[in-house]
Design a protein around this ligand. Sequence first.
Ligand SMILES: *Cc1c(COP(=O)(O)O)cnc(C)c1O
Length: 370
Amino acid sequence: MVDLVSQYQEIKNEVNHAIQNVLETAQFINGPEVKSFQQDLEKYLNVKHVIPCANGTDALQVSLMSLGLKPGDEVITPSFTFIATTEVIALLGLKPVFVDVEKDTFCIDPKKIEEAITEKTKAIVPVHLYGQAANMEKILRIAKDNNLYVIEDNAQAIGSDYYTENGHKKTGTLGDIGCTSFFPSKNLGCYGDGGAIFTNNDELADTIRKIVNHGQSKRYYHDLVGCNSRLDSIQAAVLRIKLKKLDQYIESRRKVADYYDAFFEKYKNVITPFRNSYSRHVFHQYTLILDGIDRDALNKHLAEKGIPSMIYYPVPAHKQKMFSAFGSEATELPVTDWLTKRVLSLPIHTEMEEEQLEFICKNITEFIDK
Ligand SMILES: *Cc1c(COP(=O)(O)O)cnc(C)c1O
């Protein structure tokens, strides 16, 4: 699905040098690379505060912890997402309230959010799935009208632009808090685990900085129950190099998406990714909807030809055993269920060659035309 080896070859000298530098200065934790990366990312995102942390799941967990919610408070989230988005809600004793997504964007449906709001609702966690933003304008309006926090799960959309009336903003900087993951295969990935939290709110930033460091205000003085969630210096050094390439990486991904789009145009059973007008798709995934084609058989056919393809995600969150205590499997999410049976993601990465694309498309054609 991705080719991190070829990508590394392109930046090998710079990366090796940067890692070597960390080894030689031995400042593995909270070293200068972490601070520099934080500042680089603040500048890139045009956001006041970036707080690096250990991974994307922690970013979501810490963000929720910073809001001062009470057990049983409700958090609205899509079910059609990676499990981490929803898992941290339950982990903190909060109640995940699953709502449906839009059939075209795969993102949370603002109309369904309004229907799910109760007196206990405290926050909304939209996910910018596969690299395309949820409708933040509508979500932020609902949040404002109902006095709710918005935490953006931006793990799949870092670098994406959101167009507003007053110009564009980076996704993850529109709500109260944004979260991302630097898992190696993400659009901005490191060589291990990593994550970050973004906010323009000084007070939340202050709380979040404490939480990721054992609730500490000054050394050995702990104001809050927190955790230990740090980005290490080696990962920060790698990320500083890759951040400079992020826009170029996004361009490469978009070119792959354009190729696939053009190729599948003639197949009316193959629905190519919708591109909404209010954001720039960064194609973390290139996900087709196969309507009337045996998706699982195609997935198997491609595997036999040595072509990876993935179902993100085969079981939506509301049907996971993990949430059985909430009775969420009874929630009716018809669009989520419909999509779960039909989506298929194709290989997409920054080093893809036309030959590979031709080979993938030829094998898909073979299956569909058969
Ligand atoms: C990857 C991902 C996460 C979690 O990130 P980790 O760094 O693996 O903990 C959360 N949400 C979404 C949508 C993701 O894709």
